[in-house]
Design a protein around this ligand. Structure first.
Ligand code: IPM
Ligand code: MG
Length: 357
């Protein structure tokens, strides 16, 4: 089977190399045979081909069992026209692969709780999953760039959702909640937005009809932003639209104290794409200090969801825990009594721990 590998920009190549070392060790251990097809996407593709998502990259991804992504973008491409920006490549590949469901788990790890901006008693035990709609809403509605309209400079972006788009993402959230603690909080802005009122009505109907065993509550997004800081433990599954999920998932990841540890999966009805939550961190690119664990854990999610190799996925997760328990840390998480390692050393350590089992 084939996996398309998109290292991308900034720290992307370093974290991807570390994750591939772990994948290869896992592959051997579990007798899998994976072909890695490295392609360009993002600013690196723009620099080489003048487009951020080359046809050839998309073709590879469409025929892959899964896609592993580092990160894209950086200030270098800030002035590139909007349709060619690295971020646009990410939006376009999600759309082209039909990846409408973004899963962003946030668990306060015992290794990072001291780095959480929250008081320890508020943070410890928080364990939530953000289910973000990924191919609709304002990121995909009609964009009108700034232009003069009746003598006034004007720009607009449309938030648009259809019933099927809401139903399919809500279903993913309800199904995820069944495997967790059975609670869904649907987040919207129904006091202001028509699209949110429809969202709330459809989600409520679905719970009543198909998921009576799931506890559903609704929350306005501004309140949710506050509640996440005040009492993150109240949340199990957070179901929300594209823009609110983008914002809330950054907020949630910081509560965990270590954005570098957070993986994500973008799923549809076919292939899936897996990437760490953090960005391309151009300021530390090439220094060998980036934390590759978010990418390594994303590779575990790839094995779980796209390759259906649960045991292999767990082996990676266990290996990460073992290496952390042994006290190894990249600079973002290091502290007294711990051993500082580089990005690639962290990759070797986790790969070795997989082999040892
Ligand atoms: C993310 C990122 C992207 C998004 C950007 C880079 C387009 O912020 O994955 O959260 O908004 O979806
Ligand atoms: Mg984001």
């Amino acid at each position: 089977m084939k996996i398309t590998v998109l290292a991308g920009d900034g720290i992307g190549p370093e974290i991807i190399d570390a994750a591939l070392e772990v994948m290869q060790a896992t592959e051997k251990k579990f007798g899998l045979s994976i072909e890695y097809d490295r392609k360009l996407m993002g600013g690196c593709a723009y620099d080489k081909y003048g487009v951020s998502l080359p046809e050839d990259t998309l073709k590879s991804a469409k025929t892959a069992a899964g896609v592993l992504l580092g990160a894209v973008g950086g200030p270098k491409w800030d002035k590139v026209e909007p349709s060619k920006r690295p971020e646009k490549a990410l939006l376009n590949i999600r759309k082209a692969l039909g990846l409408y469901c973004n899963l962003r788990p946030m668990t306060v790890s015992k290794y990072a709780v001291h780095l959480s901006p929250l008081k320890e008693e508020r943070a410890v035990g928080a364990d939530l999953l953000i289910v973000r709609e990924l191919t609709g809403g304002i990121y995909f509605g009609e964009h009108k760039e700034a232009a003069m309209v009746n003598g006034v400079e004007t720009a607009s972006d449309i938030e648009l959702y259809t019933r099927p788009e809401i139903e399919r993402i809500a279903r993913k959230a309800f199904e995820a909640a069944k495997l967790r603690r059975g609670k869904v909080t649907s987040v919207d802005k129904a006091n202001v937005l028509g699209s949110s009122r429809m969202w709330r009505r459809i989600v409520t109907e679905m719970q009543e009809k198909d998921y009576p065993g799931i506890a559903l509550n609704h929350m306005y997004v501004d309140n949710c932003a506050m509640q996440l800081v005040q009492n993150p433990k109240q949340f199990d599954v957070i179901l929300t639209n594209n823009i609110f999920g983008d914002i809330l998932s950054d907020e949630a990841s910081t509560i965990a104290g270590a954005i570098g540890l957070m993986p994500s999966a973008s799923l549809g009805d076919g292939t899936g794409m897996y990437e760490p939550i953090h960005g391309s961190a151009p300021d530390i690119a090439g220094l060998g200090i980036a934390n590759p664990l978010g990418t390594i854990l994303s590779a575990a999610m790839l094995l779980r969801y796209s390759l259906k190799q649960e045991a292999a996925a767990q082996a990676i997760e266990k290996a990460v825990d073992a290496v952390m328990d042994a006290g190894y840390r990249t600079p973002d998480l290091v502290g007294p009594g711990l051993t500082k390692v580089s990005t690639s050393e962290m990759g070797h350590l986790v790969a070795q721990a997989v082999v040892k089992g």
